[in-house]
Design a protein around this ligand. Structure first.
Ligand code: NOJ
Length: 501
């Protein structure tokens, strides 16, 4: 509360001056998790090994607290409890991901693990029985290890394996799942996994691995969209999208033309890279030009950026029913005089430096600063560049160290959701849903359990992994039920027996 007033005073606007916008009818609210981050049961009931199992079993010390997702929140056993948390939160849908190797232990569709199918059937049925729609991500980073052993995503045959996997999912779950996202955050899958080596499978091949990986992932996405369209859509009548992450890249000096161009280049090279092929069939021109120029200057015989054939461009064009957007934070950008990083690399190809304004409030994650207006500008940019597509915010959230009275997270949600309301009401952006990351504290990748994003606290020292509601869960519930942002609303704290749910 205190913080909200400060922001308002700084811009000399009072609460009374702020329009009280409402979320439109049909706007949906959800909460998200992902398989490796919550499920546990890493080798139970026939699940195969994936690249996070392998990577973190081999290198425990790479994670901040030497932890891994072997047990995580134990949602493999506690999914019914998770559904009750969702119900009390009042969300319309639950965004969760399917563990590829739980369903197909080798990654290939000739061996289906019935216990894995049963687990997701049970979860889906439990959700629907409680009036909660399943929003399913097919791939949230946990690639089956045997497919990595064949080279992983930089190999084009991975697109074939993915489409086979998607078919198994449509066949088994498509009667009840109406919202699909093929993959989550290509940047992290590909730049993290195959360029920088910061995420599994921890391969370092900058300026090459990330582009090759992305090319396969995009083809896998496009072909899966087409598969649904030709074989399942008429009968199942669902939607297929994708979850792409993007920060907002604000010009360092908004009046400076070069900084404005740097902002545009950064957006195209980090968001247009994935979305341009899905909407228009090819990488952005500026990206094609920049990567080619750098590649030739570095002595490569041709561009390091793979090319789509004419048929592939045709196939890729328009392969989305909605665009999922994961957004957390912003930076300020300007062109680098001497290059933005070592050659070859995606950074050097982008040629832009991003800095953080020291006045932006921080979180438990060094990369995550609170910049609510950034989501507004990003949504307007997306509207203007892609003809106002339907956008679902598939992730947005804030990290701390796990306190139950998480006022900072509650205020972050209020401020970001209000900027979304402004984008809808003042800019006519076609935003149709919002997903809070996360339903509960979970395994935050290389930060382990040291950074908490949950609206529910999870005690990872207790073998039973009990969940406890945090203050932010009541604030989110208030926004969902009143369909606007009530700046004054905070629950009595600590909660009393009557107002607990
Ligand atoms: C994006 C990722 O999809 C999710 O797995 C991660 O935990 C959150 N951002 C927070 O970093």
């Amino acid at each position: 509360m205190k913080a909200i007033l400060l922001v308002i005073c700084a811009s000399t606007i009072t609460l009374a001056d702020i329009p009280d916008y409402k979320f439109p009818d049909g706007f949906l609210f959800g909460a998200a998790t992902a398989s490796y981050q919550v499920e546990g049961g890493w080798n139970e009931d026939g699940k195969g090994e994936n690249i996070w199992d392998r990577g973190l079993h081999d290198h425990a010390d790479w994670v901040a607290d030497n932890s891994n997702g072997d047990i995580a929140c134990d949602s493999y056993h506690k999914y019914k409890e998770d559904v009750q948390l969702l119900k009390d939160l009042g969300v319309n849908y639950y965004r969760f991901s399917i563990s590829w190797s739980r369903v197909l232990p080798t990654g290939k569709a000739d061996q289906v693990n019935q216990a894995g199918i049963d687990y997701y059937n049970n979860l889906i049925d439990e959700l629907l029985a409680n009036g909660i729609e399943p929003y399913v991500t097919m791939f949230h980073w946990d690639l089956p290890q045997p497919l990595q052993d064949e080279g992983g995503w930089p190999e084009r045959k991975l697109a074939d394996y993915f489409v086979d996997y998607a078919r198994v999912l449509f066949k088994n779950f498509g009667d009840r799942v109406k919202y699909w996202m093929t993959v989550n955050e290509i940047t992290q899958i590909c730049e993290g996994g195959y360029s920088g080596g910061t995420f599994a499978p921890f391969i370092t091949n900058p300026g090459v691995g990330g582009y090759e990986c992305t090319h396969t992932v995009l083809l896998a996405h496009g072909r899966t969209y087409r598969l649904y369209e030709s074989d399942y859509k008429a009968e199942q009548n669902g939607q297929v999208g994708i979850a792409i992450d993007s920060s907002w890249h604000e010009p360092n000096n908004p009046d400076n033309e070069s900084d404005q161009q740097a902002s545009e280049v950064d957006m195209q090279m980090n968001y247009g890279w994935f979305v341009n092929p899905i909407v228009y069939g090819n990488y952005p021109d500026v990206m094609i030009e920049r990567v080619k120029a750098n590649s030739l200057a570095e002595g490569f015989p041709q561009s390091r950026l793979p090319e789509f054939t004419a048929d592939e461009q045709e196939m890729m064009k328009g392969t989305f029913d909605f665009l999922g957007l994961n957004h957390y934070t912003s930076d300020k950008v300007y062109f680098a005089d001497e290059g933005a990083g070592d050659h070859p690399s995606h950074w050097a190809d982008t040629g832009v430096i991003g800095v953080i304004d020291p006045s932006w409030p921080g979180s438990a994650s060094d990369w995550l600063k609170e910049v609510p207006w950034g989501i507004n500008r990003l949504l307007v940019w997306i509207k203007n560049h892609y003809d106002n597509p339907p956008v679902v915010i598939t992730e947005n959230g804030f990290s701390d160290y796990g306190q139950l009275d998480d006022y900072d997270r509650a205020d972050y949600y209020k401020r970001y959701l209000y900027e979304i309301l402004k984008a809808i009401n003042e800019e006519e952006c076609n935003v149709i849903g919002y997903t809070a990351w996360s339903l509960m504290d979970n395994f935050e990748w290389m930060a382990g359990y040291t950074q908490r994003f949950g609206m529910h606290y999870v005690d990872f020292d207790d073998p039973d992994r009990p969940r406890t509601r945090k203050l932010s869960s009541y604030v989110y519930n208030n926004i969902i039920t009143t369909r606007h942002v009530d700046w004054d609303y905070y629950p009595d704290w600590p909660p009393t027996q009557e107002n607990k749910n």
